[in-house]
Design a protein. Sequence first.
Length: 253
Amino acid sequence: MKIKKILLWIGLGVVVLGFIAVIVVALSLDRIVKKGVEVVGPRIVQVPITLDGIHIGVLSGSATVKNLIVGNPDGYKTPYAVSVGVADVSVNIASALSDKIVIHSIHVDAPEITFEGGLSGNNLGKIMDNLKSPPQTAGTSVTNVPVSQGGTATSKKIEVDDFLITGAKVHVVLTSLGGKEMSLTLPTIHLTDLGKGDAGLTPADLIRQVFQAITTTTLASVTTSLGDLSKDAQKIGKGAVDKVKSGLGGFFK
């Protein structure tokens, strides 16, 4: 009987310790994720990234991201490339203890995107170029989120089952046309099954796929909208509009 009682108490102790471990990890996720975004993110995209806060519900598995700002590369004057006021996330909390974090859904509503540039390139194209190069390794390391010199290896992989961006606004500043500005609303961007399967995605791969979708959709909308500028051809010169269209077209190759 004594042996059974001892085994029972040991079993209960293991369960309690396991439960405590889950709670500690869950309560630390806000800080871990925020630190990962602000430290590892800039190494990947090579522009500043700030995040006011993130709150992850331990029981519900829901998370809210507030005021995520992706800055611009050097040489661009507008304050940011992408600004997300609020994003809603549904995550499998238990997966935080595994090698792959499973995110059921991410919904970004009404983000603000800035397209700045012209013939010599633009801010979004520059960030895409950054994403194709190896991440920077300088700076403070983040526990459990090392970035390899060779590219994108990290200790944890990611799966996102559903990524939805709705109501995105694009502020266009065409430097080739003397700072001509206009605003556009992007169509819905919907990505599914990102990192599905055993392999998953590294943070760099996930950012690359999402930013590629944003950039491609933005460039398509800007190129289409340049047709409207032809109405003002006498004021700005039809040749200038045609040159900008030609320059933008290179980003789709």
